[in-house]
Write a protein that binds this ligand. Structure first.
Ligand code: GLC
Length: 439
């Protein structure tokens, strides 16, 4: 019987719970049609039709060092790249398939270059690996929920041996464990209908991975894609339940705790526009200021943000995404202290923003200017040892503005002298160091 070891779990998750912010990269052949990574399934493309993209794939501008530098400058500490997406195309030199980047006109092992470049910038490296595979002959075709040939009657009587696919899939994960040094995160995607857990031979897979890298972090989709059908979240983890919950395109309203009320690690994965894979017509990007606030929201609820980019067919991260990353980076340069190593605070969210906490320091994130000084709701004056503006370290005394006198129990602080304009209109952060007894 598998015994979940909470202490070992907490230890394994230390860096992940500290670092808080990562880059998701969805990249593959689908960058060429440029309508997102589901294009083959959605448009019911045949293998021959999709093969055109394989024959054409030649990302001459792929420069993973530039990607790594952009991620680092944004304040990100780790990244996750699609080593294989649902289309089955491998960005690495697998011995088990011909459907890989080294056989396209680009002839490069894109995963190897990625892990080397990101490690060189001091970032942790993760790999996304799709459990689905629309290219493998032994993956269910007809009547599968997602396969491009799911409703094509020509495939109705097609015979396949799913175990052969599982051997292949396990073999590829073994290659990724053996040939690319230490992978920090394995991000499997995804379980659906009866395609979950032991259907993937998940215990065997997890044991194999941990035999190479005992403290690798594994996501939770081998067992279930949406919470709370997952052992980690219902408080009775299985060996394959994984290490963190992965809410997708949503930030959990109250963070994630298991049924016993204990916090568990989670990571919200979110797109910058409306697609994971490159989509040339999708120009609706979330503003950087919104994404900064969403990162703060994740941290204030004890979670991480994995923010996605979809590089194009030439191997370039879209300019809009680079600009957003750079802008987030400027805020992180000033305020990273209120993100790294921080988590949920013991106080409720104030109406104008959010609070993150690290030990006995509370970080008040102020999104909305106030009329006059800002009330530090939830605190008493005697709990405040000292305060400073995080972006420049300048001290902030408790405000003695006359109007605050009506609320003698609440400490107020002025963010910007007499001005009601916040020094940083995206999010101005005031650190409050609590007096010893108030922790
Ligand atoms: C979904 C999609 C997939 C994407 C993933 C990211 O499961 O199938 O395309 O990679 O979400 O979380």
């Amino acid at each position: 019987m598998f015994q979940f070891d909470r202490a070992a779990y907490d230890k394994r998750m230390e860096w992940f719970n500290h670092d808080r912010f990562g880059l998701f990269i969805h990249w593959g052949l689908y960058a060429i049609p440029a309508r997102g990574e589901w294009v083959r399934s959605r448009e019911h493309m045949t293998e021959a039709q999709y093969r055109e993209y394989f024959n054409a794939f030649n990302p001459i501008d792929y420069d993973p060092r530039a990607w790594a530098k952009a991620a680092k400058a944004a304040g990100m500490k780790y990244a996750v790249l699609t080593a294989k997406h649902h289309d089955g195309f491998c960005l690495f030199d697998s011995k088990l398939t011909d459907f890989k980047s080294t056989n396209t006109p680009c002839h490069r092992d894109l995963v190897r270059e990625y892990v080397e470049a990101f490690r060189a910038e001091g970032l942790k490296v993760g790999l996304y690996y799709s459990l689905l595979d629309w290219n493998h002959p032994d993956y269910p075709h007809y009547a599968d929920a997602h396969h491009p040939m799911r409703d094509n009657p020509d495939w109705k009587d097609y015979k396949y041996d799913f175990n052969k696919y599982l051997d292949y899939m396990h073999g590829q994960v073994r290659e990724l464990c053996e040939n690319y040094g230490k992978i920090d995160v394995f991000w499997f995607d995804f379980s659906y209908n009866d395609m979950t857990a032991e259907k993937w031979r998940a215990t065997e897979l997890v044991r194999m991975i941990r035999s190479y890298w005992p403290d690798v972090i594994i996501d939770s989709r081998l067992e279930a894609t949406h919470s709370p059908n997952n052992g980690l979240e219902n408080g009775e983890p299985n060996e394959y339940s994984g290490d963190f919950a992965g809410p997708e395109q949503i930030i959990p309203p109250e963070g994630v705790t298991n049924r016993k009320g204990e916090p568990i690690a989670w990571e919200a994965c979110i797109t910058m526009n409306h697609h994971w894979g490159y989509a040339s017509a999708d120009k609706e990007f979330k503003p950087a200021s919104m994404l900064v606030r969403k990162l703060v929201e994740c941290v204030s609820k004890g979670g991480n943000l994995l923010l996605n980019v979809g590089p194009d067919a030439r191997g370039r991260i879209p300019r809009e995404s680079l600009e957003i990353l750079a802008e987030i980076g400027r805020w992180m340069d000033d305020n990273g202290e209120s993100i790294y190593g921080c988590g949920r605070s013991s106080l409720p969210k104030p109406e104008y923003g959010r609070i993150t906490q690290k030990g006995s320091t509370l970080y008040y994130h102020i999104f909305e200017p106030q009329i006059g000084a800002i009330p530090l709701t939830g605190l008493k004056k005697e709990q405040v040892k000292s305060m400073y503006l995080v972006r420049d370290g300048s001290e902030r005394p408790i405000s003695d503005e006359w109007a605050t006198g009506q609320y003698p129990d609440i400490p107020f602080v002025s963010a910007n002298g007499e001005s009601v304009r916040l020094p940083d209109e995206t999010d101005t952060v005031i650190a409050v160091e609590l007096a010893g007894s108030a922790r």
